[in-house]
Design a protein around this ligand. Structure first.
Ligand code: ATP
Ligand code: MG
Length: 369
């Protein structure tokens, strides 16, 4: 940037020097070697020269004015460029701040070539991105909440409508024999129990999400706990024509465990294997592996399976895969299970090769040394 004005001043000076030397008898200055060494003699010789040639002063003034103009123009251009490159990003930041306060986050703050201003732009851009992420999260939460509400009202409306229908049937005398009346009452009772279960599950889920459910953790052997639990379930599985295979290592794996809550998780997984079997019978293989400081429990059934795209959604409250809609259930079991396992410091997930090909539920819990 400074090369151009320096070159211009150089060219102007050389031209002026040549014209000057041609026009004026500079040899009359009598600048001897001695005068060059002694500044006072040099000044005196130059002074004498300009007194004898007054028009030479005019040439020097023109030369100085031209050089001065080149310098002033250069300085003005430089100052403007500097101001522009500093004020531009600052103006952009001010506009960005206005947009943020108006709730508009759909822009990008570009950097600047100046270190500190660039840092400021980068910090602003980081802030904008985290605000945008928070906004997206809130949008998803709102969507989930309205879906949850829609599902709750749908799942409550169905049994309530059918209770109303059966009561009207009794009042209108459609149930005209004691047997029919009893059948109607049994159905009403079963529907009321389903509503009660749903409300209880919903209340448990919301307490878990708000961390208001008390946990009674103890250090316990997860493999021993699972063995006892599955053995208690054997009869149930047999009654439902489910063949059980149990493959547990002969070791102990100590984890922090709330017996009651973890029982609820395992019970839901086994109930799901029973509920979502294909046809009248099915199989359930339970196994445990110990890897990398954690214990992994696998529950594999050969039931109706789940599509890949649905595997995560089933952990959302009230979400039920279409194929399961006709089967009794509130769709809250896995949502509750996820919260409980996470409170144990673990993880739960489902795997399935696809619809009709069975499902594996897996639980991971960290082992406590
Ligand atoms: P609840 O457990 O509240 O009585 P539910 O069993 O329907 O009702 P979840 O246990 O949360 O609810 O399961 C959610 C959905 O995941 C089920 O409705 C079903 O669609 C699907 N699902 C869960 N486990 C299995 C499985 N083993 N095989 C096939 N589908 C399953
Ligand atoms: Mg369930």
């Amino acid at each position: 940037m400074l090369v151009a004005p320096i070159a211009m001043i150089g060219v102007i000076s050389i031209c002026f020097f040549l014209v000057f030397v041609m026009r004026f008898p500079v040899e009359e200055m009598h600048i001897t070697r001695a005068a060059l060494i002694n500044p006072a003699t040099l000044i005196r010789a130059v002074g004498t020269f300009f007194r004898d040639n007054p028009s030479a002063i005019y040439w020097v003034l023109v030369w100085a004015t031209l050089c001065g103009m080149v310098l002033i123009i250069t300085l003005t251009v430089l100052t403007n460029m500097l101001a522009h490159s500093i004020t531009k990003p600052i103006t952009a930041l001010a506009e960005a701040a206005d947009k943020v306060s108006d709730g508009d986050l759909s822009f990008e703050v570009l950097g600047s070539q100046y270190g500190e201003i660039d840092d400021l732009c980068a910090n602003f851009e980081n802030m904008r991105q985290s605000l945008k992420r928070a906004e997206e999260k809130e949008r998803l939460m709102k969507r989930e909440r309205s879906m949850l509400l829609a599902n709750i009202s749908h799942d409550l409306k169905t049994p309530v409508t059918s209770i109303k229908g059966y009561i009207e049937g009794i009042r209108d005398g459609i149930a005209d024999t004691p047997e029919k009346t009893e059948k109607y009452l049994d159905t009403i009772y079963a529907k009321a129990v389903a509503i009660d279960d749903m409300v209880n599950n919903l209340s448990t889920l919301s307490k878990l999400e708000l961390s208001k459910l008390q946990f009674d953790f103890v250090m316990a052997d997860f493999i021993g706990f699972l063995r006892d639990f599955i053995n208690d379930y054997r009869l149930d599985l047999e009654k439902n024509n489910m063949e059980l295979t149990l493959d547990l290592p002969n070791e102990k794996a100590y984890v922090k465990l709330d017996y009651e809550k973890m029982s609820r998780v395992i019970a839901n997984i086994i109930d799901n294997a029973i509920k979502y079997k294909k046809g009248n019978s099915g199989s359930l293989a339970v196994s445990v592996t110990i890897e990398d400081g954690g214990v992994y429990a696998h529950f594999t059934d050969d039931g109706i399976g789940i599509e890949n795209s649905e595997l995560r959604k089933v952990f959302e409250g009230f979400y039920r895969v279409d194929a399961a809609r006709s089967i009794k259930g509130s769709g809250l079991g896995l949502g509750i299970a996820k919260q409980i396992v996470e409170k144990h410091g673990g993880k739960i997930w489902l795997r399935s090769p696809g619809e009709g090909k069975g499902t594996t539920a897996e639980i991971y819990l960290p082992i406590i040394k």
